[in-house]
Design a protein around this ligand. Structure first.
Ligand SMILES: Cc1cc2nc3c(=O)[nH]c(=O)nc-3n(C[C@H](O)[C@H](O)[C@H](O)COP(=O)(O)O)c2cc1C
Length: 273
């Protein structure tokens, strides 16, 4: 298998809204193109395709990590063709490079990462870890707000009892979840490029947290629906546009969660010469 095909397969492990995996890859020579698959957008919860773009960004970051950790240097052009808005990114192999050990840790975390909706242990996430995650998210061009304890009631109001069928990742018994930390990824705008980059930052956050032994669960209910979205904006005190929240903590239950099934790679990855 070529490095690009391997990277596309690794990217299938990326998290996505309701596990829709709304992307495809086309590999030609030393180039791989990531496209959105609009047919997999869930209109009821994602009318503008924001969550679709975040999910595709996560897949893009997974592919980048797979290639860089294997010693491949790459260039990435995001939204390279105005005439083709579904073409989200073009990754080109440019040669070999010495992998950054941090990329190895992240690559190893790709297999282990799961969305963990169980209650977390009482041990809090340290300020040191939260600062590290914030810096890492910033290095991907997005900002991270760590929700303060006094802001938790507002966040709870944003994510509670929303649309039927919504996949709320806050355990019902919040009293058993005291060690959880909540963070919100945000940025200055919500253009497609902002959302794609935010998806990359989400992946970076989830993989680094996993590599550091934390359990994670993205939470998008608060940003999917108009009124909680406004509340969340208020929580950011006008600093920016909320993209997605993430619940982080130490797993109470060390039993690994089984992997959630993925699409058949033949439906996702096309190889042309
Ligand atoms: C943008 C985005 C939003 C998500 N929102 C939620 C959410 O609100 N609630 C939830 O339980 N999981 C949420 N998830 C997690 C997905 O359900 C999960 O990634 C998918 O089912 C695959 O499972 P895995 O992450 O364990 O591989 C979200 C994931 C992404 C990428």
């Amino acid at each position: 298998m070529t490095p690009l095909e391997l990277a596309a397969r690794t990217a299938q492990r990326a998290p996505s809204i309701l596990n829709t995996q709304p992307w495809t890859w086309r590999i030609t020579g030393n180039v791989m193109e990531l496209s959105a698959d609009p047919d997999r957008r869930i209109g009821s919860i994602d009318p503008d395709g924001r969550l679709l773009l975040l999910s595709c960004g996560a897949a893009l970051h997974h592919a980048r990590i797979a290639l860089n950790s294997a010693g491949w240097a790459t260039t990435v052009d995001r939204l390279p063709d105005q005439e083709r808005p579904d073409l989200l990114a073009r990754i080109r192999l440019t040669g070999e490079t010495t992998p950054d050990p941090e990329d190895w840790r992240m690559a190893a975390a790709i297999r282990r990462r799961r969305t963990d909706r169980r209650a977390f242990a009482d041990e809090p996430v340290s300020d040191f870890e939260l600062t590290k995650l914030r810096r890492f998210v910033e290095s991907e061009g997005t900002y991270l707000h760590v929700v303060r304890p006094d802001q938790l009631p507002m966040l709870a109001a944003c994510v509670r009892d929303l649309a039927p069928g919504s996949q709320v990742a806050v355990p019902a018994d919040a009293a058993r979840d005291r060690g959880a930390a909540y963070v919100v990824l945000f940025g200055v705008d919500s253009q497609p490029l902002d959302l794609l980059r935010a998806g990359e930052a989400l992946s970076a956050l989830l993989l680094l947290a996993t590599a550091d032994g934390l359990a994670t669960a993205p939470l998008s209910d608060a940003v999917e629906i108009a009124w909680p979205h406004q509340l969340l904006r208020g929580l950011l005190a006008g600093l920016g546009e909320p993209y997605v929240a993430v619940r982080l903590g130490h797993a109470r239950n060390r039993e690994p969660l089984p992997p959630v099934p993925r699409r058949d790679p033949r439906d996702v990855i096309a190889i042309t010469d």
